[in-house]
Design a protein around this ligand. Structure first.
Ligand code: COI
Length: 356
């Protein structure tokens, strides 16, 4: 039986948890009533798909994930449109990327069609947890952990695939106002051939030290390539774009940069608007020179959690103020258009929306 034919056992029971107030929503602090779980063993493959009440897990302390971090995750969101329907944004790309990460981490692939069915069923069960206030949504976190009780270094033979849901507001304290980021000069996030392109927890664990050492007020650090330490890669939780002299540029995917769904959507939108956009190597020297010449017009990040996040200040050699610290016109148009598509307020010419 393929996963696609498998049915999902459902055990509904509300925890009676209070829903967080929509105007006080932090990012990722509260979770809905239910979660999706599915097991993997070598003999049975992925099996026993179920939606059960959200609860802590019972897991062996020797489970391999605790020791060697064989795990992957994804992030996408569900939005409520004006007709009260829940809708997802390009979810197929997330499950495709999850399988790419699985491959890198030696985790067995999931059936992408079945995973989408599971997300839809889970979101429709907890639909009344989707917040309605502007800028809020239901963040969806699919993840896989290695669960075999064994402390030898080898790919695990048992896994759990889970999906949890979290009603969220803005990712950054600054909301959609410009943030300040600093170029990281001491630590590296990854190198080509490493795991940078995979969405795995270890990449984020490795990033924490630099974030902690960064000066007060820095929302995130900007990673440079791990070899020459010259070329821009990505920010902690998002991809990065610059606008120089009318042209938008973003680092080309090189094996160590995450292939962001929002990154791809930004490129597609800019092309659709006939705004020149290029994916290529970008050195910090080039950015600094553009700043000194007055041609660095905008910088912004793009990610599922962060949406479009304007960068008002970039620290490298000096504190570079970009666009007088204000949100630039391109970042604003991208934010307005992307969110309008996501919330179903304007037509979706790209067929990005998947109704639940
Ligand atoms: C996302 O944007 O969904 C991410 O996974 C980034 C982050 C919250 C780690």
């Amino acid at each position: 039986m393929t996963n696609e034919q498998q049915s999902i056992r459902v055990n509904l029971c509300s925890s009676g948890k209070e829903k967080p107030q929509a105007d006080q929503l932090a990012f990722g602090r509260s979770f809905t009533d239910h979660m999706f779980v599915m097991d993997y063993t070598e003999d049975e493959g992925w099996h026993e798909a179920r939606i059960v009440p959200y609860a802590p897990l019972m897991i062996d302390p020797s489970a391999m994930v605790f020791h060697y971090s064989q795990s992957v995750f994804e992030g996408l969101k569900a939005y409520l449109n004006d007709d009260g329907e829940a809708q997802l944004f390009r979810p197929q790309r997330n499950f495709k990327r999850m399988n790419h990460s699985n491959d890198r981490l030696c985790i067995p692939p999931i059936d992408e069609t079945f995973a989408l069915k599971a997300v839809k069923q889970l979101v429709s069960i907890d639909k009344d947890w989707i917040p309605q206030a502007e800028g809020t949504s239901l963040y969806i976190r699919p993840f896989i952990i290695s669960t075999e009780p064994f402390i030898g270094v080898a790919p695990s033979r048992h896994y759990q695939f889970m999906i949890i849901l979290s009603p969220v507001g803005a990712y950054y304290e600054e909301g959609i106002n410009p943030i300040k980021i600093a170029v990281e000069n001491d630590y590296v996030r990854t190198v080509k051939g490493g795991t940078g392109e995979a969405k795995t927890g270890g990449n984020y664990a490795a990033s924490l030290k630099a974030q902690e050492m960064a000066e007060e007020g820095i929302a995130q650090v900007l990673w440079l390539d791990g070899v020459e330490r010259r070329y821009v890669e990505e920010v902690g939780s998002m991809n990065i774009f610059f606008k120089i002299n009318g042209q938008v540029i973003t680092p080309a995917l090189n094996g160590s940069i995450l292939d962001g769904v929002t990154r791809n959507s930004v490129i597609r939108l800019l092309q659709h608007w006939n705004v020149p956009v290029e994916e290529r190597k970008i050195s910090m020297d080039e950015i600094y020179q553009a700043y000194q010449e007055g041609t660095l017009e905008e910088a912004f990040g793009a990610g599922t959690a962060a949406v479009i996040s304007p960068i008002g200040q970039l620290v490298w050699q000096e504190h570079m103020e970009i666009n007088d610290g204000q949100t630039g016109a391109i970042a604003k148009s991208l934010y307005d258009t992307l969110t309008a598509i996501q919330y179903g307020k304007i037509p979706d010419p790209f067929n990005w929306i998947e109704k639940v």
